[in-house]
Write a protein of this length. Structure first.
Length: 721
């Protein structure tokens, strides 16, 4: 090969040709450095026939600079990157980006220097240094990372290094991970579990594409079953990827993994520090990382010997990425398994309708676990009609739920109250003039957080202290909180049950692995009587003493009005209900609602999952919604409102006229201002017969937009805001 076509990591140029200098060996997938103008650019050598670009004449080719010392990206991974770019209408280099580690990881192993407290305790310290000393207990990281942890400047920390307060530690980037042991603690499986596990094990041995939907009720031991498949992959020297929907679940998973395999797995998520990230990436590429547990971004990594993919809680909405490359990790996991020729297990107690449909069509093989492990019964579910049994004025918990809470406390059992709303109150207004606190960057109300005494935007992170007076009419002490968040429910419980020990569980309170670990330990040791939490507590946890679950507002999720609202409500309530009665004592679930007649609520009460899915399928079929028809969103945004509107109108004006495609909009998006950008939206609804992606590519490809305009395509959107 004396010329090479590169997929380059440049926002404007995506494809460039180069000359391969004598003595340099490249092949498709090689990761290289190339000159671009006066600078260098990173690129991946690609098959020219799969990467169209302008042929550069021989004489004008510039030579490649260097092949980086890592193995080339494999053909299956390159096919996955192509598939994603094509399917999600995304730039190929943006997809490929997700496969690569940092420049340092690509550069090779070696060592790096991290710092930690030396143990020296001087008598006098500047306040900044004292604060840093407090914050850095138990931490070891680069100066930059430590500065972030301690909220001080790099300079302060460098000063502390000179003063001997921080000491350098040399870290070997490629130090090996401890080996997982497939036979460390093999469980005794029930008959059902054994059958499921055997099927998975056989699929791992066959090393062929085989998609499974593991559909098991909460507490049936899905994890135990797929652990057996993982064990077999390990015995065969293959790598396993486990995708979890959110880092909050990792802690729990880690403990179980360690109990089963004798050592923790390799983690991959966005809050890894740089040296851990490098180490993990390099172990993944070399094949040394045996089991990688991660958020959706772990999906694109260049595994050397992949043997199995598991997607746990596969129905979770957070597998869908909503910006950048808008992909659904659950679906891409199946595609990757297909290219890699390995089995993939989607595990859930409440599968997405799309997944059930694919199982019904015979595309996925469905494996059922119909009963809880160890004879535990599924909880009894009943409806609490708030129109008939309303809470007292200014309260949110109905008397019957309050009575049940008191009863559990008296019996020494645990309760869980679920409300999917962080903070104290979703809206704050002035009693005097009606002023409402709104985010300056988003069309959204600010949410009061009493624990941190702040008003916060849940979309952009904007925060401001709660003022003493109304910013509009300057009346003092006149702000009222409207509606409940978990913090407000916690206050109510504290009033009703003053002696109860409470835990508020949200991403605000449990924002580190340590805090999650501490919460789980406290709950297990019965140091908590009532847990009040958001969707963070709906899944994964196994607290045997938890016997009552109260759903504070089952109607909340139905308000959003997007196409999966009913399904999501069903899943959330069924999952949180699944936390009750997992031990020996039976569980009970009370669902507060104003709409007991709604199909989803009735199905939950009757425990009739099939009826719910049948009704939901009917509704989606009528609406031409997935999986029967297809939706795509085109989101146009700009910091300048007129510019966004004009661009949206231009797109609308160029709309194709096709019999199997319907186009709605442009209209201002429900969140018409987000992070300082004005947003317009078009929705495309297509029959399955339509070539949706081609239509959108041709339509948008013919248009030119001003610099400040961003046009994003969301194939099969989950968020309709
Ligand atoms: P799911 O993921 O289906 O909700 P889990 O895998 O969390 O269920 O299992 C529920 C509980 O039962 C866990 O504490 C698990 O350790 C336990 N369990 C399940 N199967 C077995 C088994 N075969 N032997 C011992 N414990 C089991
Ligand atoms: Zn905001």
């Amino acid at each position: 090969m004396n010329r090479a076509r590169l997929l380059v990591f440049n926002p404007v140029l995506h494809v460039l040709d180069y000359r391969v200098p004598q003595g340099m060996a490249v092949e498709p997938g090689s990761i290289v450095l190339a000159p671009l103008g006066p600078r260098q650019v990173l690129g991946i050598v690609w098959e020219p026939d799969r990467l169209p670009g302008d042929e550069v004449p021989e004489g004008k080719l510039r030579p490649l600079l260097e092949v980086l010392p890592v193995p080339p990206l494999s053909a299956p991974l390159r096919r996955l990157i192509e598939w994603c770019a094509d399917y999600y209408v995304a730039p190929m280099n943006a997809v490929a980006r997700m496969a690569l580690g940092s420049m340092a990881a690509l550069r090779g192993g070696g060592t790096t220097t991290e710092y930690r407290l030396s143990g020296l305790e001087p008598k006098r310290l500047t306040p900044q240094r004292a604060a840093a000393m407090d914050a850095l207990h138990g931490e070891q990281a680069s100066i930059r990372e430590l500065a972030e942890i301690a909220s001080v400047s790099d300079g302060v920390l460098r000063g502390m290094v000179s003063a001997g307060l921080l000491e350098p530690v040399t870290v070997d980037l490629d130090r090996p991970y401890p080996r997982a042991r497939p036979d460390f603690a093999v469980p005794d499986l029930s008959e059902d579990q054994r059958a499921a596990a055997d099927t998975f094990v056989a699929a791992v041995e066959a090393h062929e594409f085989a998609p499974f939907l593991l559909d098991g009720v909460t507490g049936s031991g899905k994890t135990e079953c797929y652990f057996e498949a993982m064990a077999q992959a390990l015995r065969l020297g293959r790598q396993v990827l486990v995708l979890l929907p959110e880092i909050a679940l990792t802690q729990n998973f880690l403990r179980r993994f360690e109990a089963r395999f004798g050592t923790p797995p390799v983690l991959w998520h966005s809050s890894l520090k740089a040296s851990e990230r490098r180490r993990a990436w390099r172990a993944i590429v070399s094949g040394e990382a045996q089991v990688v547990v991660g958020a959706r971004s772990a999906l694109f990594l260049p595994y050397a010997r992949l043997g199995l993919i598991v997607v746990d809680e596969a129905h979770e909405v957070s597998f869908k990425q909503d910006d950048g490359v808008r992909y659904n990790a659950r679906d891409v996991a199946v595609i990757r398994a297909r290219f890699e020729k390995v089995p993939v297990i989607l595990a859930s107690a409440t599968p997405a309708l799309e997944s059930l449909q694919l199982a019904e069509a015979g595309v996925y093989r469905k494996i059922d676990l119909a009963a809880r492990y160890g004879g535990a019964e599924l909880p009894a579910v009943s409806i609490l009609d708030l129109t008939k049994e309303p809470p007292e004025r200014g309260r949110w918990l109905s008397p019957r739920l309050v009575a049940e809470l008191k009863d559990r406390l008296a019996r020494g059992e645990q309760s869980l109250l679920f409300l999917n709303r962080r903070g104290y109150a979703p809206l704050t207004l002035c009693r005097h003039c009606g002023y409402r606190f709104q985010c300056p960057n988003c069309s959204a109300w600010l949410v009061e957080h009493r624990l941190s005494r702040r008003l916060a935007c849940h979309h952009c992170g904007h925060e401001t202290p709660v003022p003493d007076e109304c910013p509009e009419c300057h009346t003092g002490d006149c702000l009222v909180a409207c509606g409940p968040g978990v913090e407000r429910i916690a206050d109510e419980v504290a009033e009703i049950l003053p002696e109860a020990r409470l835990a508020v569980v949200t991403s605000d309170t449990l924002n580190s692995p340590e805090k999650i670990g501490a919460f789980v330990a406290a709950a297990e040791q019965k140091l908590i009587d009532v847990i009040i939490g958001t969707q963070l507590v709906t899944k994964g946890y196994h607290f045997p003493e938890l016997t009552l679950v109260g759903v504070v507002d089952a109607d909340l999720g139905l308000e959003g009005g997007d196409l999966r609202a009913a399904e999501r409500t069903y899943q959330q309530v069924a999952q949180v209900a699944g936390r009750a009665g997992r031990g020996e004592k039976p569980g009970e679930v009370l669902i507060q609602t104003r709409h007991p007649e709604a199909a989803v609520i009735a199905a939950l009460a009757a425990g009739d999952r099939d009826a719910f899915y049948a009704a939901e399928a009917e509704a989606r079929r009528d609406a031409g919604a997935p999986p029967f028809g297809r939706w795509a969103a085109i989101i146009v945004s700009s910091e300048d409102e007129a510019e966004a509107r004009d661009a949206a109108r231009m797109i609308g004006g160029a709309r194709p006229d096709l019999p199997d495609v319907m186009i709605l909009g442009p209209a201002p998006a429900p969140l018409s201002l987000l992070r300082g950008r004005y947003r317009y939206r078009l929705l495309v609804n297509a029959r399955r017969s339509a070539k949706l992606q081609d239509v959108i590519r041709e339509w948008l490809g013919a248009l030119q937009f001003p610099q400040g305009v961003r046009v994003g395509v969301d194939i099969d959107p989950y968020s309709f805001v």
